[in-house]
Each structure stands twice: as structure tokens, then as C-alpha cells.
Design a protein around this ligand. Structure first.
Ligand code: CA
Length: 228
């Protein structure tokens, strides 16, 4: 496949060197970060096709790095590397927004195949989700209707992405809380209602009369198309 631009986050120098060499020989471009904080900065500055993220890092652990990325709306596919036999890590990693995982030690050919599959999937998913006349601009992090746009904060963006990618489905408050605010959120559940209010106000600002975030009593919300 064509060259993949990837960020490798791995603190073990020998492992990082081997992977960087192997992937470069396959024609891919590889940047390496050894620390979580560096990886957070690097992915904010440079757009990658795929991120390869080790769970165990010296400063911030991989899963916290991943959560921060997803909270801020970074949608780059992430393959997590986990230690052998830690099923808990696998589940936590996938819940935090990992697209795939691989258990160490792994076979290089398998890693390569999975990375390339993720890169292809990422490229195919580049289209902005649209419901009615309103789409989400993933690059500018905004709701767009015709030539007008409403900028979104990181939380609004994460909530809008959940609603738009699952348009028509009823999403419970607890699901929205854990996907947007994280499973360890301990604030008030009505934060969901507050943010739905913000998004509704932005839809009104855009003059969007063909889409609404409908309340489903006792459960949560559903984004749906309506007849103006
Ligand atoms: Ca490590």
C-alpha cells in the first residue's frame, strides 16, 4: 500500500529502533516519541495516518494519553501495544478509544498488516458525518451548514461526534457520559443535558430546522432528521 505516516510512542529504545527500521524499510514514515507528554504535543502538531501506542510509558501511561486524544476530538486510528495476558488492559484500551490492540511480544508481519488495515480504514472514514443539512467538520471541529459554521469546544465536539455518528439511535445519558466524559467522571449526570443545550443553541444559530437533538424521556437523546 502507499506510504503511511505514523507516530510510534514507545519508551524502550531498542524496540522503538527495531520498529522504526522495519516500518521505514516497508516505505512508511515513522516519528518516534518516548514519553506520553511528547506524544500528546506531537499528535497535536502533526497529522498522522495511524498511531502505534505502547501502554507502559515512563510519565503518562498510554491509556491516559489515548483518553486525552479522544477527549480533544483526535480521531486518528490508534493501535495499542499491551503486555502479555492482561485482558483487563485490552478492554480498558478499547473502551478508551483504541481501534485495535496487539499483545507483546508480537510478530512484525502481523503488526504491519494491522497498521496498514487501520490506515486504510482511517482514509475511508475521512468523510464528515452529515445529518440533514448539518455536518461535522472533523478538521476544524465545527458544525457546518451550507457556508455557515459553528465552532465547538472539545466536549461539544466529542458529544456531537457521538450523536452524529449514531444518528437515529437512542443514546442513553450513561453511555454519553462514559464516551464523552470518561468512565471515571464523577460530576453530575445532568452535564449531558447542559451540553445538549449548547449544541441545540448552535443548531439554532445555524438556522438548522431539519435536524434536532430529541430528548427520549427517562433515557437520553437521539439525533434525528425532521421535516422543517
Ligand atoms: Ca514501554
Amino acid at each position: 500500500m502507499s506510504s503511511v505516516k505514523l507516530l510510534l510512542v514507545e519508551d524502550e529504545a531498542q524496540m522503538a529502533r527495531l520498529l522504526q527500521r522495519g516500518l521505514t524499510e516497508e516505505g512508511h514514515q515513522v516519528d518516534v516519541c518516548a514519553r506520553g507528554e511528547d506524544a500528546l504535543r506531537q499528535a497535536a502538531d502533526v497529522t498522522y495516518d495511524v498511531i502505534l501506542l505502547d501502554w507502559s510509558l515512563p510519565d503518562v501511561d498510554g491509556v491516559s494519553v489515548l483518553r486525552r486524544w479522544r477527549e480533544t476530538g483526535l480521531s486518528t486510528p490508534v493501535l495499542m501495544l499491551t503486555a502479555r495476558g492482561s485482558t483487563g488492559e485490552k478492554v480498558t484500551g478499547l473502551r478508551a478509544g483504541a481501534d485495535d490492540y496487539l499483545v507483546k511480544p508480537f510478530d512484525f508481519e502481523e503488526l504491519l498488516a494491522r497498521l496498514e488495515a487501520l490506515a486504510r480504514r482511517g482514509a475511508g472514514a475521512a468523510g464528515a458525518p452529515q445529518v440533514g443539512s448539518v455536518s461535522i467538520d472533523l478538521k476544524r471541529r465545527a458544525l457546518v451548514r451550507g457556508d455557515r459554521e459553528a465552532e465547538l469546544t472539545a466536549r461539544e465536539y466529542a458529544l456531537a461526534t457521538e450523536l452524529w455518528t449514531h444518528a437515529g439511535d437512542v443514546l442513553s445519558r450513561s453511555r454519553l457520559l462514559s464516551s464523552v466524559w470518561g468512565s471515571d467522571f464523577d460530576g453530575l449526570p445532568n452535564v449531558v443535558d447542559v451540553y445538549v443545550g449548547y449544541l441545540r443553541a448552535k443548531l439554532t444559530d445555524l438556522g438548522a430546522d431539519d435536524v434536532e437533538i430529541a430528548a427520549v424521556r427517562g433515557i437520553g437523546y437521539r439525533l434525528r432528521k425532521v421535516t422543517p
